[in-house]
Design a protein. Structure first.
Length: 500
């Protein structure tokens, strides 16, 4: 973990004076218990799921109404104080890491499901509603909310909108963007704003596609209208073992090439399989180099036909063992390991850094073999689990954050994975966002002109750059310094990629 910088007496005085200004501005609008500024109260907000990077906010505001949210934003805009919106804090890229001279706007109290419309198959929910709670509330109507990130028991729909979260069933049902209708919230100036429409389409630009995945940089979300889908009559899952990573990767591409779109298509390598099996006892094959989980859902007839087709493809591709869930309990047991990959990794390492790049499906084996070489290079272990169907990788680099050298090597390891993914035709993020973790890698993904265009969009919504500042979009200066660092370190591996 990075050593904390020494704070001078003058800086402490400046912070104290700024805090006093903010409190004077907010006290007319929020009760005392909704304003946290003592060290013991603000420390729990110093990071999200990316624990290697921390900062303590100057103040945490916990509004209970939309009027209070608007007031916090108006006051902070007037005082030029940065604001970082926060949901459950389950993000994995540092997107909710506070600004040390700013306000963390906690939306935890916006946790009500406002309406479920079974006829239109939609639900209107506040931003702090947990992902899984939507499906639980819709279950009596035979409906559910499809995107299911592994953190769905805790993560909130507002955070899902910010990161455009996916889940193990996103191959068939899509990401957050494909499953919401409308987003309401407020600009940095405290003005109400809406993206999307209750109708099929809306006039003008498709701003819903801009705000989803914008990582809290354009507006603060307070309410979301989500799509609900009918619960399938039946779902069954195939667990296929492979003795070779390339065979498993080729099997993924072959399933899609056969015209099959499974409800879920996930892969785990041997180290990850061992970690989760010891944790949840899902019945995984510990001798396999890779395991695929392939799910089919629909009517019983559709499922039987698709399971047969997928089994045939997997057999042709060299699967050494194939097991098909016999009932719902066994299906959930197969998935329990995949869903618990992150906590299982936490049991075998003091810390881990979960990367989130994407690559073309045909390059799955290539990237995994490259990661194996990086383990030797950086002398750190890495367990891999990912959404194989859409090429979204989740390598978990295992390290000890209390060792500065291990943190340094972990950061280099992560950057290597991201840049290798770009070189293979992929991207630096799939669903976890950029936050602070991937800022340098964005310099590899995008040119200076492209980054300037993204800044232009932010300025259109937030002219003072006060909403979640310093994240997602790297400055030209940062990219220039990062390029110099790579040259000095002799790490220019892909000369065809743009450097600054």
């Amino acid at each position: 973990m990075n050593a904390p910088a020494t704070t001078t007496a003058s800086e402490l005085l400046q912070k104290s004076e700024l805090l006093a200004h903010i409190l004077r501005g907010l006290k007319p609008y929020l009760p005392q218990h909704a304003l946290l500024y003592q060290v013991e109260d603000t420390t729990p907000y110093e990071c999200d799921g990316l624990t290697a990077y921390r900062a303590r906010p100057l103040l945490v505001a916990l509004p209970e109404t939309e009027d209070q949210v608007a007031a916090v934003l108006r006051v902070c805009h007037t005082l030029n104080v940065p604001v970082v919106a926060r949901g459950a804090g389950t993000g994995l890229s540092g997107g909710a890491m506070p600004h040390p001279l700013g306000v963390t706007l906690s939306l935890a109290k916006f946790n009500r499901i406002l309406k479920i419309d079974k006829r239109s198959r939609t639900a209107v929910v506040q931003c702090g509603v947990r992902n899984l709670a939507i499906s639980e509330a819709a279950a009596p109507y035979g409906l559910y909310y499809a995107p299911d990130p592994s953190s769905q028991i805790a993560c909130t729909i507002g955070g899902n909108v910010a990161e455009n979260s996916g889940g193990v069933h996103c191959l068939k049902y899509g990401l957050t963007l494909h499953n919401i209708v409308k987003v309401r919230g407020f600009t940095m100036e405290g003005e109400p704003i809406a993206f999307g429409s209750d109708a099929l389409d809306q006039p003008g630009y498709d701003l819903l596609s801009i705000v989803v995945g914008s990582e809290g940089m354009l507006a603060v979300t307070t309410e979301v209208t989500v799509k609900l889908v009918p619960k399938p009559q039946l779902a069954r899952c195939i667990m296929a073992s492979f003795d070779d990573m390339r065979k498993a990767g080729d099997a993924v591409a072959s399933v899609i090439a056969a015209g099959i779109i499974p409800a879920g298509l996930e892969m785990m390598d041997k180290p990850m399989t061992a970690a989760v099996e010891d944790f949840v006892h899902a019945g995984y094959d510990l001798t396999a180099e890779a395991i695929l989980l392939c799910e089919s859902d629909g009517t019983p007839e559709e499922v039987e036909e698709e399971i047969g087709r997928m089994s045939a493809v997997l057999t042709r591709c060299g699967a050494t063992a194939i097991a098909v869930s016999k009932d719902e309990a066994e299906r959930l047991r197969f998935w329990s390991g995949r869903k618990n990959a992150f906590p299982a990794s936490g049991r075998i390492s003091p810390d881990y850094m979960c990367m989130d790049s994407t690559i073309p499906r045909k390059r799955l084996a290539d990237i995994l073999l490259a990661i194996a070489e990086m383990e030797k290079k950086y002398q750190l272990r890495c367990a891999n689990v990912f959404h194989a169907g859409d090429g979204n990788l989740h390598p978990l680099i295992l390290f000890d954050a209390n060792d500065p050298d291990q943190l340094r090597r972990c950061e280099l390891f992560g950057a290597d994975i991201l840049e290798t993914s770009v070189a293979m035709g992929g991207t630096v993020t799939g669903e976890h966002g950029v936050g602070v973790e991937k800022l340098n890698s964005m310099c590899v993904q995008f040119s200076a002109e492209e980054n300037a265009q993204m800044f232009g969009i932010k300025h259109a919504f937030d002219t003072k750059e006060l909403l979640n500042p310093g994240k997602v979009i790297p400055t030209l200066h940062r990219c220039a310094e990062y390029g110099k660092m790579l040259v000095r370190a002799g790490q220019i591996k892909h000369p065809d990629l743009p450097r600054f």
